[in-house]
Ligand binder design. Sequence first.
Ligand SMILES: *[C@@H]1O[C@H](CO)[C@@H](O)[C@H](O)[C@H]1NC(C)=O
Ligand SMILES: *[C@@H]1O[C@H](CO)[C@@H](O)[C@H](O)[C@H]1NC(C)=O
Ligand SMILES: *[C@@H]1O[C@H](CO)[C@@H](O)[C@H](O)[C@H]1NC(C)=O
Ligand SMILES: *[C@@H]1O[C@H](CO)[C@@H](O)[C@H](O)[C@H]1NC(C)=O
Ligand SMILES: *[C@@H]1O[C@H](CO)[C@@H](O)[C@H](O)[C@H]1NC(C)=O
Length: 582
Amino acid sequence: MPHHCLSPILGSSLWLASVALMVQLAESSAGNYRRPVPGGKAHGFTERTLILLDVNTRSPIKTLNANFLSLQLDPSVIHDGWLDFLSSKRLVTLARGLAPAYLRFGGKRTDFLYFHNLKNLAKHRGGPGPDYYLKNYEDDIVRSDIALDKQKGCKLASHPDIMLELQREKAAQMQLVLLKEQFSNMYSNITITARSLDKLYNFADCAGLRLIFGLNALHRNPDNSWNGSSALSLLKYSASKKYNISWELGNEPNSYRQWWATVNGSQLARDYLQLRNLLQSVRFYNNRGSLYGPNIGRPRKTAILLLDGFMKTAGSVVDTVTWQHYYIDGRVAKVADFMKTRLLDTLTEQISKVLKAVKTHAPGKKVWLGGVGPAWAGGTNNLSDTYAASFLWLNTLGMSAMQGIDVVIRHSFFDYGYNHLVDQNFNPLPDYWLSLLFKHLVGPRVLAVHVAGLQRKPRPGRVIRDKLRIYAHCTSFQNHNYVRGSITLYIINLHRSRKKIKLAGTLRDKTVHQYLLQPYGIEGLQAKSVQLNGEPLKMLDDETFPELKPKRLHSGRTIVMPPMTIGFYVVKNVNAYACRYR
Ligand SMILES: *[C@@H]1O[C@H](CO)[C@@H](O)[C@H](O)[C@H]1NC(C)=O
Ligand SMILES: *[C@@H]1O[C@H](CO)[C@@H](O)[C@H](O)[C@H]1NC(C)=O
Ligand SMILES: *[C@@H]1O[C@H](CO)[C@@H](O)[C@H](O)[C@H]1NC(C)=O
Ligand SMILES: *[C@@H]1O[C@H](CO)[C@@H](O)[C@H](O)[C@H]1NC(C)=O
Ligand SMILES: *[C@@H]1O[C@H](CO)[C@@H](O)[C@H](O)[C@H]1NC(C)=O
């Protein structure tokens, strides 16, 4: 094991394994790194500030799931018709780009979902009834289904543009209905047919995603126990098709009161036990098919109470414990809101609360952020789907990783509203490209970061809201452009000035590959397109990604982060002990 030693200028400071870095740049007191100022004025003051960065390369502080960055798909795709288009080549390509990952089929509508074992092509696809559909469109879908049925293995379709256009029109109408449901919290029942399940599974399978299916927990008997009849028929059907699916039961059970149902922790634990027994009774899922839960919402008092009651009994029934977090009310959010450090930091407290509750009953049990999105209520047009929201997403990944959250599931991959990674023209949005880079460059081993050049000491009782956030992991082993032992840094600069970061200690004088992500277009921060090292990112066609080309920084060069940007930096050939071996 290499002896680790800090460069002398770093002194004997401690490794910071804590969450955000206490980097405050405005008031410099780090005399060491000050260049003499001509005239002694505070002119060009921020330019001078230099951060020294080092990473503990000896051992990871956390090791995450290989599917750390995962995806959600909302059952609303049955309602608005997009389910029929999941076989689209482009959508599958985009999903495949983010594999390996889990695909969680769930959301608010999970608890309004009923399975019917029907295979009729057109009539029973669910949705609001034939009035909404155009006759030609119906026929097109049926034809497309028949063509798909003839394919073996992964089934892919190339839908004609006109068909997609009709679907977009239909979805736009449906979006109003879906948003209204969301605002009023009154959801209509959705039927999921055998055929719909086939389409969903085909999508996950084609894209290399592992499907997690959320079962309806609001289906209750008069004595308030869970009625698993619909679930059992779904399990039997999917077992007959040998679908390798994992399961959840219910979504945010702590808020069932709004639908006049009360389910406490011990009741939900019994329901999970019942589901576990159902799984055992279906031979295919006997030794397969994990169970995740309880999917509580924001861990406030009632949710934590429920989690506590649940864990007492069901701690050993679930394979991992799940919860969800949405940052901001999409109806009231403004662009500046998305970049407030106070907002970014809300996650840390929530994670701590959940981890504490889990640890009390099941120490060592893995915890997943089983649903996270920038905003609830569908998000905000031209905001939660733009570069402005990307800081929040990357910080979610970084903070969750630091605190050992095993998997983070993004709501959503593709959806109505404005929280999605891919829009309804099948165009990847900034958060998609960010996720793609993350998958390519960031591995599951998390490293402690050390920063010197702190310009202000944190005072007790006072939290410094960091605008510069630096995270480090071992570079992904899946990436064959980099040898084992390389390190990936990802950095968020929320300052309105550029920041300079110098690699020190073990990282000193290494060659660095920069992947700087900036907005592209006149909308500035509210752009829906991004550029990588100055080159706009765009799909070349339905099957081809653009090359993710790094910019090479020569050894010893300072990393310069422009104002309000996000960047990934692969430090090559560090030969980090923590990153060398499997
Ligand atoms: C949904 O279905 C359940 C069970 O069949 C029923 O109790 C409930 O009233 C239905 N809800 C709506 C909004 O139709
Ligand atoms: C469960 O629901 C089904 C219909 O969805 C119903 O036929 C059955 O009677 C219910 N079971 C109980 C025990 O109430
Ligand atoms: C089924 O899925 C689980 C996790 O989702 C995975 O560990 C397992 O290898 C899969 N089994 C098969 C046969 O694909
Ligand atoms: C939880 O709810 C069940 C009914 O579903 C009830 O019988 C039980 O007493 C409740 N437990 C607690 C601790 O409130
Ligand atoms: C969002 O931005 C696009 C173009 O940037 C513009 O055409 C559209 O009107 C905007 N929508 C809203 C609701 O502001």
